[in-house]
Every structure is written in C-alpha cells, then in structure tokens.
Design a protein around this ligand. Structure first.
Ligand SMILES: Cc1cc2nc3c(=O)[nH]c(=O)nc-3n(C[C@H](O)[C@H](O)[C@H](O)COP(=O)(O)OP(=O)(O)OC[C@H]3O[C@@H](n4cnc5c(N)ncnc54)[C@H](O)[C@@H]3O)c2cc1C
Length: 409
C-alpha cells in the first residue's frame, strides 16, 4: 500500500487524509502545533456549496452542518444603512444544503477529530523543516525536533507560509499582502438582536465609508462579525501581538463613526474575550511549480485566495478530493501529481483572480474608494437581478470521486 506524509492539520490536511483512506492509500498527518485550531487567525468562515459538495464525497459535509449554520443569502447595504440588494451565495445542493458559516476553530477541530476517529495517524508538534527525494523513489522528511519520516510521497498542506513550497522550489513567491487588515468578534446581545430584527441565514454586508463590515446572527442568537480595514502598510509583528483590544476597538469605532449602520454598536457590545484582534490579509500569487516527482503542495500552500471570496476552504477541499482520485487511478506518483496540477490549476487561478478583484474593491483608498462606494450599488443591483448567474462557474463546479472513464469500464 502506498504511504503518504501529509504536512499540516488545517483544512486540506485532514480532508486529504480521509480521501486517501477511501482511495486505499495510507496517510500520516504531521502538524506543527499541539493544537493547530488555537493558532488560527480570523473569527469564522463560510464554506461554499461547491466545497460542501466535495466534502459530501467522503461523507464529511455533515461536520460543517453540525458545527456551523446555513447562510445562503448576502444582503448588501450602504454606509447610510440603505439596503442595496440581496443575492444568494451560490446555489443549493440536491438535498437543499446551502453555503454555511462556521467558527474557524470549530471547523479545524471537527475535521481533524473526524480524521482521527476514522483511524488516521497524527503526529502533533512536528514541524517540517526539510525534505529530500530518495534515489529510487520516495521521500524523507526532517522535522524541527530532528526526527525523520519516510514515505512514498509528501503532500504539503501547510498553508500560506508553506515550507513544502520552498523545498520544491526555493524561488517560489511569498504571500502577497492585500492592503487590508481584518478584525472580528462574537457577541451575545439579545436586546440588540431583537432591535435589529436579525434573521439567521442572512449574511449582512455594509460598504462603510472607511470599513467593509459583515455580520450575521447564528441560530443561538449570537452575532458574528468581521471588519476589513484598508491599510496600505502591512501591520508589523509587534503591532499585531503587542496592541491590546482596547486600541483596536477604539480604532474601529473611530472608522465606523460616520456610518449610519449597526456596526459601531455591535463592536461596542463585543466583550474583550471574543474580540478578534487585527490580522493582515494575504493571497498567493501564481506558484509556478506545484510538485516534483514525490512532493506536491495543495490548498493555501499552492494558491491562497483572498478571504473575501469565501472560497479558500472549498478550494482546499476540492484539491484534496482530486489529488486522492489521481493517486488512486494513476499508479506512478509523478504522473499522478502532474495530472492533479493539470486538473486543478486553471480553476484555482480563476478563483484567486476573482478574490483579488473583490478584495481590491475593499482595499482602495481616497478617491478610488469613493468611486467604488458610488458605483457598487449600481453594479450590485444589476448583478442581483441576474441572481448569482455570473458566478455559476465558481459555485456550480463539482469534483468527481468516480474515475472519468468509469462508465466505459
Ligand atoms: C481571516 C481569514 C478569513 C477567511 N475566511 C474564509 C472564508 O470565509 N471562507 C473560506 O473558504 N476561506 C476563508 N479563508 C481562507 C481559509 O482559511 C484557507 O483557505 C484554508 O484554511 C486553507 O486550508 P489549508 O489547509 O490549505 O491551510 P491552513 O488552514 O492554513 O492549514 C495549514 C496547517 O499547516 C500547519 N503547518 C504549517 N507549516 C507547517 C510545517 N512546517 N510543518 C507542519 N505543519 C505545518 C499549520 O499549523 C496549519 O495547521 C479565510 C482566511 C483568513 C486568514
């Protein structure tokens, strides 16, 4: 039986491990942290229908349904609180499932716990530092603790700062700062909830004067929110770790002051313990080399997409399924990795480009932001009239578990 070493127990790691198990390939997941979920940035994320469809191929979409809740509709408003348009976030699966929102830590924990429950072996606290191809076949990975592991292939699901990417190609590009930092939080405030008449299932988005603000209410009544703040300079490590919540709260309150929307009140009501401090936002420019003969990168390591596209998880999950089917159907590893890249590159690069475009709208400053603010309602209303049709290529894409020529066999 072929043995794969998966680096990273985030999203792509556990999903690939479960998919490989179904494909009859043994996998070990090596995760740098003892508790990777605790290290994750951002408050919550949306898992789009195309990602849920891919997860359903390995019976894992129910994990998202169990830990998150449906948010199938986007509702846009202006800085004056004027409603612009509603739009579905993708379509619906045959069983009625729509795009879901889930707390980031809950999703990481659920996927990794399920992989462990299915018998996948994990090694926590193991940070990959190097890997070499073994003459005659296979790969040897070296970890920060000095230990090594051998396998037939190594799959780098190690995120946007991927070490595997550097090992495969030392000249590979680094993550690209998008000109935005994010903040977020959770607040249980029944009074505000009632006053705002929030409806579960609707994801509210505000084109504020200074800040793009999103919020929704979970079925529990808890309000989840995020804010994207344009900022030309990347926040430094000391700004990120050394600045307290009071500073970020005050800064955001100042930036939201001119808007006539519920955003400032939601921020004010959020307790310190559930306030997510600032984090820089990145995507990944096109990476020329995804693999060599026995190592490959997937998920954010290969093609991180701007968070505003809501497609990062779905792209990672689609990768996992496609990679497992290639390795199952093509006996020679190098040929399977080539086929994987062939099947995935065009799609993920289109999604990354779309994400960069939408986050560009939120990152612009001064006159360009004013223009975006003036023109966005017009374009959104026009897009809403046509439903989500212009994004069908993104949401309606389905990866297959069966081999392409199964019917011919
Ligand atoms: C603020 C924010 C909001 C987002 N919102 C959304 C959203 O709404 N919808 C959406 O679909 N996507 C969203 N995304 C993107 C999404 O989180 C990523 O696309 C997704 O997590 C990618 O999964 P991954 O497994 O490739 O990488 P990751 O989730 O980053 O996992 C990588 C794992 O590898 C581990 N690792 C790293 N280096 C090593 C090493 N050397 N050795 C061993 N382990 C290592 C890490 O600890 C981590 O556990 C958002 C991202 C951010 C930052």
């Amino acid at each position: 039986m072929k043995k794969a070493l998966i680096i990273g127990g985030g999203i792509a790691g556990p999903v690939t491990a479960m998919a490989l198990q179904r494909a009859g390939i043994e996998a070990v997941v090596c995760e740098a942290y003892e508790d990777a979920a605790a290290e994750q940035l951002g408050a919550y994320l949306t898992v789009a229908v195309n990602g849920l469809a891919a997860l359903s191929l390995i019976d894992a979409h129910e994990l998202v349904q169990a830990t998150g809740h449906p948010t199938g509709t986007l509702s846009f408003a202006t800085a004056r609180g004027k409603h612009i348009a509603d739009m579905p976030i993708g379509g619906m699966l045959p069983d009625g499932t729509v795009t879901h929102s889930v707390k980031r830590r809950d999703l990481y924990r659920a996927l990794n716990a399920e992989a462990e429950r299915r018998g996948i072996r994990y090694e926590f606290g193991r940070r990959l530092v190097d890997a070499v191809e073994i003459p005659g076949g296979g790969v040897r990975a070296t970890f920060a603790d000095g230990g090594t592991l051998d396998a037939d292939l190594l799959i780098g699901a190690d995120g946007i700062r991927s070490r595997t990417r550097e090992i495969i190609d030392p000249t590979a590009p680094q993550a690209n700062y998008l000109g935005i930092y994010g903040l977020g939080g959770f607040v249980n405030d029944p009074e505000q909830h009632a006053e705002l008449a929030l409806e579960p299932g609707i994801y509210n988005m505000i084109f504020g004067r200074e800040v793009f603000f999103g919020y929704l209410v979970a079925p529990t009544g808890e309000i989840w929110w995020f804010a994207n703040v344009p900022h030309t300079r990347e926040l430094s490590k000391s700004e990120l770790s050394g600045t307290d919540i009071a500073h970020w709260r005050a800064e955001l309150t100042r930036l939201l002051a001119a808007d006539r929307t519920p955003a400032a009140r939601i921020v004010a009501a959020t307790p310190d313990e559930t306030f997510v401090p600032a984090f820089n936002q990145y995507d990944m420019p096109s990476v020329a080399k995804w693999h060599n003969d026995s190592m490959v990168i997937i998920g954010d390591a290969a093609h991180a997409v701007a968070s505003s596209s809501g497609q990062g998880v779905s792209m990672a999950v689609e990768d996992a399924i496609v990679l497992a089917t290639c390795l199952r159907d093509i006996p020679e590893t190098a040929a399977a990795l080539t086929e994987f890249e062939h099947r995935r590159r065009e799609r993920v690069e289109r999604v990354v480009a779309h994400g960069a475009e939408t986050s560009g709208d939120k990152a612009t400053n001064g006159i360009s932001r004013w223009l975006v603010r003036m023109l966005t309602p017009f374009f959104l209303r026009r897009a809403a009239k046509g439903g989500v049709g212009h994004l069908n290529w993104m949401f309606d894409h389905r990866v297959d578990w069966e081999p392409a020529d199964a019917s011919a066999r």
